[in-house]
Design a protein around this ligand. Structure first.
Ligand SMILES: Cc1cc2nc3c(=O)[nH]c(=O)nc-3n(C[C@H](O)[C@H](O)[C@H](O)COP(=O)(O)OP(=O)(O)OC[C@H]3O[C@@H](n4cnc5c(N)ncnc54)[C@H](O)[C@@H]3O)c2cc1C
Length: 493
C-alpha cells in the first residue's frame, strides 16, 4: 500500500525532506534552521494522542516532530510492539469520531473506505446490558475496525501536513532542561543526539516514564489515583461462518456485546474488522479472567449470560491464537495538580490518564484532550506556549473527567475493586445510573441521552434534564432480574 501521500520514500520511515519545509537536517535532528528548537514542538509517541496533538500543534508551531520508538512501516497497517492492546477489540465512540474528523477532515471516509465499519449502537448490536437486552433504540455512532488500521490511517493523514514529521525508530530516554530546570528544552534519545524543542509533549501511553524523567529534573512524583477491578481480556480473530438465514442465530446484527455484572462477571464482545473477519474479546474479573488456550476459550464463551456469542463463534474458523491482556486498571497521574511544573512540557493521553478499557473511552479522551488543547492555544503565539504549559496541562486533564467518572463508578459496583471507596455522590450516581441503564434498554427517550453521555458526545448533565429525570424515575423496574432471555425478543427468528 502507498503511505507516501507527500512523496515519502516508500519502505523507509527515516528522515524525509518534504517540499515546502525548507532545509532540514538529516533525521530531523541535531543542527538545522533553528538549533535552539525555538520554532519546534516535539511529540513523543505516535499513538492517537501523539498524532492528534501533533496536528493541533502544527497550527501554532512551524515545525512539529513526532518521535516514535517502534519502526513505522510504510506499507500498510501492522502490529507494533509499542501498542500491544491493538490485538484486542477497539471501538471509537462518536466523540472520538467527531474530534478526529474536525482535526483531519475526511478521516472517517478514509477509514470506512479501507473497510472500517460505522455502526449505530445498539441498533446494529446484540447488546445484553447488566439489566437486559437493548431493544433497537436510538443510540450513538461507533467506528470499529482494527486498531492497526486506525493508527496507520491517522498517521498517514497527519503526515499530509507538511509541518509535521513522524519518525519511527526513535526511543526517547529523558527530558533536557535549562540550567535552572524550570523549563524543558528538549529530549534525549537512545543512540542519537538530543533534540531541542520549545514544547515537549509526552504521549508515550501507559508505559510513560514521565514520573522518572521529572524526578531526574528534581520534580516530585505526581499524585496517582488508581482503581483496579482486575479485569482481564482474551481476544481471538475468527472467519465468520455462513450465516443461517432464520432462527435465533440468524445474523441480523453486525456486532455483539454480552456484558458481565457483579454476580456474573464474565462478558464478551464481537466486532467486524476491515478484512471481513470478526475480532472476539472475552472479558472477566479476578478469578473469571478469560483463558488464552483452546478449548477453554470457547468454553468460557459458552459460560456468558447469553449463549449468543458462543453460538456465533462455535463453528467459526479461528484465525489467530487467543491472546491476553491484564493491566486494565484506571490510573490517573495528576500532573495537573502538581505545585511545580516545568515550562515547555505537557503529558497527554494514556501517559496521563488511562481507563479500564471495557468502556471504550481511551481514544476518545485522547481526541478530546487534543481538542481542548486547540481551544486553549487559540490566539497564543508559539513563543508564549511554553510558559502556559501548566495551564494547558490542566485544560487537557479536564477532558478525562467524565470518562473517569463513568469508568470508576461502574468499576466500584464490583466489590473487589481496589481503590478509594465510593463517596456518597458516587453511590447516588450508581443508583441513578442503574435506573438509566434499565430504562435505556427499551425507552428511546432515555437511550438517546444515555448513549450521548456514554459516547462522550453529550455532557453528563444531559441525563439530569428534568424530562429525562422524570422518565428515569418513573421506571418501576430495577435491573435485578437474574436471568435475561438467551436472545433479545426483537431478534427471535
Ligand atoms: C485491551 C485494551 C482495549 C482497549 N479498547 C479500547 C476501545 O475499545 N476504545 C478506546 O477508545 N480505547 C481503548 N483502549 C485504550 C486505548 O488503547 C488507549 O487509550 C490509547 O491507545 C491511548 O493512546 P495514546 O496515544 O495515549 O497511547 P498509545 O496508543 O499506547 O501510544 C503510545 C505510543 O508511544 C510509543 N512510545 C512508548 N514509549 C516511547 C518512548 N520512550 N519513545 C518514543 N515512543 C514511545 C509507543 O510505541 C506507542 O506507539 C483499550 C486499551 C486496552 C489496553
Amino acid at each position: 500500500m502507498d503511505d507516501t501521500p507527500d512523496n515519502h520514500p516508500a519502505g523507509s520511515d527515516d528522515a524525509h525532506t518534504r517540499p515546502g519545509t525548507g532545509p532540514r537536517p538529516p533525521d530531523g535532528e541535531g543542527s538545522g534552521p533553528d538549533d535552539e528548537g525555538h520554532d519546534h514542538a516535539v511529540v513523543l509517541g505516535a499513538g492517537p494522542a501523539g498524532l492528534l496533538t501533533a496536528r493541533v500543534l502544527a497550527g501554532y508551531f512551524p515545525r512539529v516532530t513526532v518521535l516514535e520508538r517502534d519502526g513505522l512501516p510504510d506499507d500498510g497497517p501492522g502490529f507494533r510492539p509499542g501498542v500491544p492492546q491493538s490485538r484486542h477489540v477497539h471501538v471509537l465512540w462518536s466523540r472520538g469520531i467527531e474530534v478526529m474528523e474536525r482535526l483531519l477532515p475526511g478521516i472517517t471516509a478514509e477509514l470506512t473506505g479501507a473497510g472500517a465499519v460505522l455502526l449505530e449502537s445498539p441498533r446494529d448490536f446484540l447488546w445484553l446490558s447488566p439489566a437486559d437486552w437493548f431493544q433497537p433504540v436510538p443510540g450513538a455512532r461507533m467506528l470499529v475496525g482494527s486498531r492497526q488500521l486506525l493508527d496507520w490511517t491517522l498517521r498517514r493523514a497527519v503526515r499530509r501536513d507538511r509541518r509535521i514529521e513522524v519518525l519511527g525508530g526513535r526511543a526517547v530516554t529523558g527530558l533536557v532542561a535549562g540550567p535552572d530546570r524550570r523549563a524543558v528544552t528538549g529530549v534525549t534519545l537512545r543512540d542519537r543526539a538530543p533534540l531541542a524543542a520549545r514544547l515537549v509533549v509526552d504521549a508515550t501511553g501507559r508505559t510513560s516514564k514521565a514520573p522518572a524523567w521529572l524526578a531526574a529534573l528534581g520534580y516530585p512524583a505526581p499524585e496517582v489515583t488508581r482503581y483496579d477491578s482486575h479485569l482481564g481480556y482474551a481476544s481471538r480473530a475468527y472467519a465468520p461462518p455462513e450465516a443461517p438465514q432464520a432462527g435465533p442465530v440468524a445474523r441480523r446484527w453486525r456486532g455483539m456485546y454480552v456484558q458481565g455484572r457483579p454476580e456474573s462477571p464474565r462478558g464478551g464482545v464481537l466486532v467486524p474488522q476491515e478484512d471481513g473477519s470478526w475480532l472476539v474479546t472475552l472479558l472477566g474479573n479476578g478469578e473469571h479472567v478469560p483463558p488464552t488456550r483452546d478449548p477453554e476459550f470457547l468454553e468460557f464463551a459458552r459460560s456468558l449470560r447469553s449463549p449468543a456469542l458462543y453460538e456465533a463463534i462455535r463453528d467459526a474458523e479461528p484465525l489467530s491464537e487467543p491472546t491476553g491482556f491484564r493491566a486494565t486498571a484506571n490510573e490517573w497521574r495528576h500532573y495537573e495538580r502538581m505545585d511545580r511544573w516545568p515550562e515547555g512540557l505537557l503529558v497527554v493521553g494514556d501517559a496521563a490518564c488511562r481507563f479500564n478499557p471495557v468502556y471504550g473511552h481511551g481514544m476518545s479522551v485522547a481526541a478530546g484532550a487534543a481538542h481542548a488543547l486547540d481551544s486553549a492555544l487559540a490566539g497564543l503565539p508559539a513563543h508564549r506556549v511554553p510558559a502556559e504549559a501548566r495551564a494547558l496541562q490542566r485544560r487537557t486533564a479536564e477532558a478525562a473527567a467524565v470518562a473517569w467518572q463513568i469508568a470508576t463508578s461502574e468499576d466500584l459496583r464490583y466489590p473487589w475493586t481496589e481503590g478509594p471507596p465510593p463517596d456518597r455522590a458516587t453511590r447516588v450516581l450508581q443508583r441513578y445510573m442503574s435506573r438509566v441503564m434499565a430504562g435505556a434498554n427499551t425507552d428511546p427517550a432515555i437511550s438517546g441521552p444515555f448513549f450521548g453521555v456514554l459516547s462522550l458526545s453529550a455532557p453528563p448533565n444531559t441525563l439530569l434534564a428534568p424530562g429525562t429525570v422524570l422518565r428515569v424515575l418513573s421506571k418501576w423496574r430495577l435491573p435485578t432480574a437474574p436471568d435475561a432471555p438467551p436472545y433479545p425478543p426483537h431478534h427471535a427468528g
